[in-house]
Design a protein around this ligand. Structure first.
Ligand code: ADP
Ligand code: ZN
Length: 600
């Protein structure tokens, strides 16, 4: 590793020059420059940026420009080690001081000697008096608090240890603090600033859009086939979220059998070694699919995840956005596919009834927002961004509904008929029975219950009958029909308003084209298929990654290999013009890659 741990001499005082020299990127993205300038000016700040927007660079770059060491607080050791690998590959001097590190003495010596740009620690360390003393002996350039929402009880991942950071940092009042989070909620943001002692004018909020992610939301008709189709379109790494351990195992086995690709499970019930092994395999892989519960989460910093699929509804729009945000951090086209069923909503709504009463209303609002998203006939991205308080364009051009506008039909009459059938039969029969009553199908059970005598018997004509199942699904999603304990359907939510004609029900008809299978699309990615040079560059990347003991993306991203295959640099100076090739990587890998290019 030694060759990778020395900082290239950065005499430059211009952040853009350092960006090009050290990171090999041509331009700053989004609000990166704004955040960096604040810290370089000695101010404290907080960057709210969506996953994949490039938060790490906003502290790594000032850390190498300012004299001294930047202390980075990060909640997960796995996450730290990934970041340290990537930083070192760019020639940044980075180390961690955690319970699992065996070279702690060496790291302490490097810190004292001013030989570290970045020192990663877990929040627990902040409360140790010895650590405070150690920092007092070092020269500190700044504090970076990653996943800063962990400091707030309002956030979704409160960590009491984060509360110890403020007293520690207050001991070093002249050292700038930079908090980083992807949390969108304004309430949580204000709390983070207060808890970490960062002035309000230091808040920088990036737009939440992730334009390279294509959102696709479908009814779950045949999940294994739907997921197999997705995998056929997306040869790269992917994550499938499933709601239970059993479903994880089941889907993983079926997808592996159907596609022949490596598909591994991940859930809290697996032995820890197997779970960690599967995660390592995934991080290192260029084509593996991980089927997981949401336990597979925050620690995944893999930039080349090409799809995130949900085999059932997520907990909330916030959770959905965070989980889908794990796709395409590298900026290449990626897909987020959500497969939902009416049963998911029925179950979730039943659970709401079981939580404390004070939380029920907000839980219901969460589910209603999700129902609106899955049933929306309009741009998915617009629905999502509006949910986060943005004012997006009406159409994005990169979601299922923008690409293939669905039909919308007024189904208020059918909905009223279905709701009255549920009501008149005593709110204890399932969909199949209601369908028979409404379409005038008098089987034994219908006759035995006397339901052929009801006013709703046979009131649905053939055309309406075709919409019944979908209307039932839509009503269940929005909570107007709820499942009873024994599998019957009862009225709920706004059912009475629909019956009284005070509310309309529109349903979305899937576009005809989509009913066909496996449409290939630009979502399939940008990597050339069958280009011998590109394949050879990837092969070399794999070898170098194995040798260095790091995932392939730490050597170079796919976009860098594509750029190389297109530009065919023949000299070191040509190579420097390729995006993602900084000085350190040029020195470490340049000759080997040039040799492969010359041979093709
Ligand atoms: P976040 O922590 O916000 O999810 P990361 O810091 O992991 O995002 O960055 C996401 C990816 O974007 C990384 O692979 C990083 O190398 C890349 N990246 C960051 N800044 C730039 C930039 N200015 N130009 C090109 N790529 C960038
Ligand atoms: Zn759209």
């Amino acid at each position: 590793m030694d060759a990778l741990t020395q900082t290239p001499t950065n005499d430059a005082t211009d952040p853009l020059a350092v960006l090009r020299q050290t990171f090999g990127f041509q331009e700053f993205r989004g609000v990166q420059r704004q955040v960096i300038d604040r810290v370089l000016g000695g101010g404290s700040g907080m960057a709210v940026m969506p996953t994949g927007a490039g938060k790490s660079l906003t502290f790594q770059l000032p850390a190498i420009m300012r004299p001294g060491t930047c202390v980075v607080v990060s909640p997960l050791i796995a996450l730290m080690h990934d970041q340290i690998d990537s930083a070192r590959a760019n020639g940044i001097r980075a180390a961690s001081l955690t319970s699992v590190d065996t070279n702690r003495e060496e790291t302490v010596a490097r810190l004292r000697g001013g030989e570290l740009d970045l020192l990663y620690i877990a929040p627990e360390r902040a409360s140790q008096p010895g650590f405070r003393n150690l920092l007092a002996q070092a020269n500190l350039s700044m504090f970076a608090i990653d996943e800063a929402h962990c400091v707030s009880e309002w956030g979704h991942d409160f960590r009491p240890d984060y509360r110890q950071l403020r007293p520690l940092m207050d001991e070093f009042p002249d050292v700038p603090r930079l908090a980083l989070t992807a949390t969108a909620d304004a309430h949580t943001r204000a709390d983070i600033l207060a808890q970490l002692g960062i002035p309000e004018d230091g808040l920088v909020v990036a737009g939440f859009d992730r334009p390279n992610i294509r959102y696709v939301i479908r009814h779950r008709d045949n999940p294994v086939r739907q997921l197999t189709d997705l995998m056929a379109q997306q040869p790269g790494p992917g994550i499938v979220y499933a709601p239970t351990r059993k479903k994880v195992e089941d889907i993983a086995a079926k997808l592996a059998a159907a596609t022949g690709r490596t598909v591994l499970p991940y859930h809290a019930g697996l032995p820890p070694e197997e779970r960690a092994g599967n995660q390592r395999a995934f991080v290192a892989s260029e084509d593996m699919v991980m089927v997981a519960t949401v336990a597979f989460g925050m620690g995944i910093d893999k930039p080349d995840v090409r799809f995130v699929a949900h085999a059932g509804i997520p907990k909330s729009i916030e959770a959905y956005y965070q989980e889908t945000g794990r796709a395409g951090r590298d900026g290449d086209p990626s897909q987020a596919v959500l497969l939902w069923g009416a049963g998911d909503f029925a179950l979730a709504r039943q659970r709401v009834a079981e939580v404390e009463e004070s939380r029920q209303a907000s839980e219901r609002t969460r589910l209603d927002a999700l129902a609106t998203l899955v049933e929306a006939p309009t741009c998915r991205r617009a629905v999502l961004l509006k949910h986060f308080g943005e004012d997006p364009p009406e159409k994005c051009g990169n979601c299922d509904n923008c690409l293939d506008a669905p039909g919308v039909t007024d189904a208020t009459q059918v909905a009223r008929k279905l709701l009255s059938a549920a009501y008149r039969t005593g709110q204890s029969f399932g969909f199949g029975h209601l369908q028979k009553v409404l379409t005038g199908h008098a089987d034994d059970r219908v006759q035995q219950k006397g339901h052929d005598q009801l006013s709703v018997f046979g009131i649905v004509d053939a055309e309406e009958a075709g919409l019944l199942r979908q209307v039932a699904r839509a009503l269940q999603a929005r909570g107007s029909l709820v499942s009873t304990e024994h599998g019957g359907l009862a009225l709920g939510g706004d059912a009475r308003e629909i019956l009284k004609g005070e509310k309309d029900v529109e349903i979305v008809l899937p576009p005809k084209r989509e009913r066909g299978r496996g449409r290939r699309s630009s979502g399939a990615g940008l990597n050339p298929v069958g280009d011998p040079l590109f394949d050879a560059l990837r092969e070399l990347r794999r070898e170098m990654a194995a040798e260095a003991g790091v995932p392939p993306y730490v050597i170079f991203h796919d976009s860098t290999l594509r750029d190389m295959a297109a530009k065919r640099p023949v000299s070191m100076s040509d190579l420097a013009g390729v995006s993602g090739v900084g000085a350190k990587k040029q020195e470490a890998y340049g000759e080997a890659f040039l040799t492969v290019i010359r041979q093709h």
